[in-house]
Write a protein that binds this ligand. Structure first.
Ligand code: SAH
Length: 567
């Protein structure tokens, strides 16, 4: 069963060598380096605190190469909140100390031992139970679930006070531990999928060896599952996953039930009944309990959900924002982290990286939109997690509409069952406007000047009407080598309705290296000042400018409408 890949966070070049040694221990782990301080990191961040807190909230294990105190202060505001508690470690820059700080139940000591072994030092383990017994009894390995944490803490403190313990059931990971075992002991570690009333002298550990296959259309599914398990005397904590027919893949009731029960959801080919679902998904010998609508499968070993059937495929169409990492929304970052496949125009895919070795990149030409959209559905229908990348916002002259068109045209039920989500981004017009002030502060019109996918006559008509309606204008795709004359004509049309002194903002490569922002007037604007990486914003009759203290100019369009002297 896979563990989440840790993030290695460093503040300076001095930590790079240690960070690289640690990164080798965790394939796919990325080194996050502070901008302008670290050269050669996999990911650049600008603010240490925000970055660390974001990783923490995403439940990403954190290995911070800096003073433990800095990490503690940074995460302190989050510690009282319930929610994620991933392992967090502070490692000395030079690799001489490895200090597990948080996430005892998330396996922080395991990480500390691994990293310390990789760096040839002793980990600073401070957990009494772990020191004494060589393992954290309250943190069984993946594939097993602890029954009750509070009872467990008491159990461990009884052991530390000198009591002995019996082990009932199969606990292979405890073979190496130094537990004070005694067949007559009052305390027992009990490992079994059978439902059992918790008591203070038993540490209940449930192997996740149970699969529950369900048919569609059951009312109140979570309770039906709980009831069926109870009837068979199987503990809910032992459930490794829910299994359903792929025809039920898009069922919201199933998704909610899995969420409520806290188990993954897997799918297999539909069959005559739930018994057939089980035989479609599992080859190892199992005993099947339950009835016609819910089958309960108890395996001898913990089950790895990843090996059972397939997940519901996911397709996310994401917007990267204009380019700068800080302008990318957190949901997009998480989506990129979970992706198996990334599709898009090569420049944007590169902008979305770096990626792990296990992530497959499918770079294509910018014009092959529909083909790319269909390819994305083919991959997602196989159960993969697929991301289609656009710059800015995916719904603004970008991939979201192409993806929806491909789905609309398709009669393949597997495509329609894909978990499709569109995640927004900061569009170039908004990123440019923000840098200039608020030129789009009142009603505005967004228009692409490209006549590749629409007739020029319609563009002319829209320009004329929008200019006449006194909307501020944002031109996307203003010009290109194959479309050299269109911008000039567009400006002629706009100039029929706007004064030559109307403010114009030209933003080029906004949010990217070498960005430029210019504020000029409509009268000064000529097509040779613009290229395909430029955003053109043209003000309305109320758009004004005034000097900034730094020598530049602010541009804004007031919220009110009318004429005001001085603008
Ligand atoms: N989906 C994108 C737009 C794609 S159309 C978005 O929402 O931003 C491509 C056009 O967007 C380019 O021709 C240019 O006019 C504009 N553009 C995209 N990124 C830009 C950037 N970083 N700076 C300025 N203009 C940009």
């Amino acid at each position: 069963m896979t563990r989440p890949v840790p993030a290695i966070v460093i503040l300076g070049n001095g930590s790079l060598a240690t960070a690289r040694t640690i990164a080798k221990l965790y394939p796919g782990a990325l080194i996050h380096g502070l901008a302008e301080r670290v050269e050669g990191a996999d990911r650049v961040y600008h603010e240490f605190g925000a970055t660390l807190r974001e990783l923490y909230q995403q439940d990403t294990p954190i290995i911070a190469l800096c003073a433990a105190g800095i990490v503690i202060r940074t995460l302190a505001p989050l510690l009282l909140e319930k929610g994620a508690e991933p392992p967090v470690l502070a490692v000395a820059e030079d690799g001489s100390a490895v200090v597990p700080l948080l996430g005892g139940l998330g396996g922080v000591n395991v990480l500390a031992r691994e990293i310390a072994a990789g760096l040839n030092v002793a980990p600073a383990i401070t957990t009494s139970g772990e020191l004494r017994f060589g393992t954290c009894l309250l943190n069984p390995p993946s594939g097993y679930a602890l029954g009750d944490l509070e009872l467990g803490k008491r159990f461990v403190s009884d052991l530390l006070a000198g009591e002995t313990v019996r082990i009932e059931g199969a606990a292979p990971w405890l073979a190496q531990a130094q537990l004070p075992e005694d067949a007559q002991a009052r305390l027992a570690v009990h490992v079994s999928p059978v439902e059992r009333v918790p008591t203070a002298n038993e540490l209940l550990i449930y192997p996740r060896s149970v699969l529950v296959a369900v048919s569609g259309g059951i009312t109140d599914l979570p309770n039906a599952v709980r009831e069926a398990l109870h009837q068979s005397r199987i503990a809910v904590q032992s459930v490794a996953c829910l299994l359903a027919a792929d025809t039920d893949m898009a069922s919201p009731a199933l998704r909610e039930a899995a969420l409520e029960l806290g188990v993954p959801l897997r799918f297999t080919n539909a069959g005559a009944g739930v018994g057939e679902l089980v035989s479609n998904a599992i080859s190892q010998p199992v005993s099947v309990l339950g009835d016609d609508s819910i089958a309960i499968v108890v395996a001898e070993q913990p089950l790895d959900p990843l090996q059972i059937g397939r997940p519901r495929g996911r397709l996310a169409v994401i917007g990267l924002g204009p380019g700068a990492a800080e302008l990318m929304v957190p949901a997009v970052k998480s989506e990129l982290a979970r992706a198996n496949d990334v599709l898009g125009y090569e420049t944007y895919v590169r902008m979305a990286g770096p990626f792990r070795d296990d992530q497959v990149l499918h770079c294509t030409d910018n014009r092959e939109e529909m083909q790319r959209a269909r390819h994305a559905f083919e991959l997602a229908a196989q159960g993969r997690s697929v991301v289609v990348v656009s710059s800015g916002d995916p719904g603004v002259f970008a991939m979201a509409a192409a993806v929806l068109e491909a789905l609309h045209e398709s009669s393949d039920p597997a495509w329609h069952r894909v978990d499709l989500e569109i995640l927004p981004g900061v569009s170039a017009s908004l990123a440019t406007a923000a840098q200039a002030g608020a030129p789009l502060g009142h009603d505005f019109c967004v228009i692409s000047l490209s006549d590749n996918l629409k007739p020029w006559s319609i563009i002319e008509k829209r320009l004329d009407l929008a200019a006449q309606a006194d909307l501020a204008l944002a031109f996307y795709n203003p010009i290109s080598r194959s479309r050299p004359w269109q911008l000039g004509q567009a400006l002629d049309i706009v100039s029929r309705h706007r004064e030559p002194q109307t403010p114009v903002v030209l933003g080029r490569d906004i949010g990217r290296p070498g960005q430029t922002l210019r504020v000029i007037t409509l009268g000064q604007l000529t097509p040779d000042q613009v290229d395909m990486r430029t955003m053109v914003l043209i003000g309305s009759s109320t758009t004004c400018t005034f000097p900034r203290a730094d020598g530049g100019e602010w541009v804004y369009t007031p919220r009110w409408y009318g004429t005001k002297p001085g603008c």
